[in-house]
Design a protein around this ligand. Structure first.
Ligand SMILES: Cc1cc2nc3c(=O)[nH]c(=O)nc-3n(C[C@H](O)[C@H](O)[C@H](O)COP(=O)(O)OP(=O)(O)OC[C@H]3O[C@@H](n4cnc5c(N)ncnc54)[C@H](O)[C@@H]3O)c2cc1C
Length: 402
């Protein structure tokens, strides 16, 4: 049995931000994390020779005001470094389509359809529309299906067609002028989650799955898979929706029912380093396959290295591991033995759909007045900054409630 002021379930950036804010306010915090260490989708692989690459998230922007605030508070400002510019490229089978960024998209578009559709962009509103509805109306249905749709699905590593249009490419009003426009950290983004996990007042218990929540007077008891009971006045759940719904089902069935309306999906990532001399592909690419077994691939050249290159391929679920390796080696013209420090990671990602705002409204209504918080990358958006904003807002809500 453990006793803390706050128990957080899930040690990704959402859970760690909440933990950090609670600890900064003087509360004792326990973070329960199912995996072998904290970080979640922020996952940096550090190799034996001092090279590192990202398996998950790779880029932050100076519009991430909340996240940069955490970097400052952890004393990591000097580790921030400009990341190399990324080039959007398309793949047709094994062939890299010539051209990059907007130029290649415009070349791939059917022009008659684009010319008819593009004027609809003026005054087009995202409200209530799915990604497919909104963007097809602007570029035309065929251009969406063959060019823009694959690109938009590459961003969240899953089909983005049914996503609420407002959740992708959010414009933020404020930018930190003292930060590079797009940046990472020396040592990778996990430097930040590692630092948050080390903050005074924050205790992280890894390899612990929270299985059940029960009411305990004015507070809560969290039960983990090893049968341990963890008491707290405030509980924050920062896991993918399916895990949150399962965990909350007994103690907060109405909340769990709303959360279970948010679907999630699996992305299988294969990431590895390769000796730079073995690869001819241009550096710093965001690869969008027009039709393939993977949603996207990113060359991890955020901070170029003379000796090493690295890649992360985000595969659709259902493929055997050896088929993923075979697809990658064929595409890159490599042997299996060329792939060094290979990481296979299975990530559960939310798949918000039509009516998502209504579900979020219901979750907030049911949580109001409650010392139970639901966090994650499935409220206003999927980015790191969206997670930080949600966690800070929820901490402010329960902190002021006493
Ligand atoms: C491949 C990829 C690339 C991305 N690139 C970027 C990018 O460049 N920039 C950007 O801003 N965003 C990016 N994102 C999005 C962003 O990284 C994520 O949305 C964000 O990190 C999610 O954080 P989270 O804490 O909400 O969830 P997660 O990171 O998913 O953390 C949830 C944690 O909960 C744990 N957990 C689950 N169930 C339980 C349980 N029952 N008990 C205990 N623990 C549990 C999990 O193990 C996990 O560690 C990317 C995402 C992915 C997958």
């Amino acid at each position: 049995m453990s006793k803390h002021d706050v128990v957080v379930v899930g040690g990704g950036i959402s859970g760690l931000t909440f933990a950090f804010e609670a600890a900064r306010a003087g509360r004792s915090v326990l973070v329960l994390e199912r995996a072998g260490g904290p970080g979640g989708c922020i996952s940096t692989r550090r190799t034996g020779c001092g090279y590192w690459f990202e398996v998950g998230a790779h880029t932050c922007y100076n519009s991430y005001v909340g996240f940069t605030g955490l970097i400052d508070a952890c004393g990591l400002r000097d580790d921030v470094t400009q990341r190399a510019k990324t080039h959007l490229r398309f793949l047709d089978g094994d062939r890299l389509v010539p051209g990059s960024n907007l130029g290649v998209m415009l070349r791939l578009f059917g022009w008659f359809e684009a010319a008819v559709s593009l004027p609809r962009m003026i005054g087009a509103k995202k409200d209530g529309k799915t990604v497919e509805e909104f963007y097809s109306s602007i570029v035309g249905k065929r251009n969406y299906a063959t060019v823009l749709g694959p690109m938009l699905s590459a961003v969240p590593s899953q089909s983005a067609d049914a996503f609420p249009a407002g959740m992708l490419f959010k414009m933020r009003d404020t930018r930190r002028k003292d930060y590079p426009r797009s940046f990472t950290l020396r040592g990778g983004l996990q430097t930040v989650t590692d630092a948050l996990a080390r903050q005074p007042g924050v205790e992280v218990a890894s390899g612990r799955t929270a299985v059940r929540l029960a009411a305990n007077g004015a507070g809560w008891v969290v039960v983990t898979d090893d049968g341990e009971r963890h008491e707290a006045g405030v509980v924050a759940v920062a896991t993918p929706p399916s895990a949150a719904a399962a965990f909350l089902g007994g103690a907060a069935p109405d909340l769990a029912a709303q959360i279970s309306r948010v679907k999630d999906t699996v992305v299988e990532t294969l990431a590895f380093a390769v000796r730079a001399s073995k690869v001819n592909l241009p550096v710093s690419m965001f690869l969008v396959p027009r039709k393939d077994v993977f949603h996207s691939a990113v060359t991890r050249d955020s901070v170029p290295d003379p000796d090493w290159r690295s890649f992360a391929f985000h595969f659709k679920p259902g493929l055997e591991p050896e088929h993923r390796v075979a697809r990658v080696t064929r595409l890159l013209g490599l042997q299996r033995t060329d792939l060094e420090d290979l990481v296979e990671k299975r990530t559960i990602l939310p798949s918000p759909g039509r009516g998502h705002e209504v579900i979020v409204g219901e979750i907030d209504r049911l949580s109001a007045g409650n010392r139970l918080c639901v966090l994650g990358n499935w409220f206003a958006g999927l980015s790191i900054e969206d997670c930080v904003e949600r966690s800070r807002k929820e901490w402010a809500r329960v902190a002021t409630a006493g």
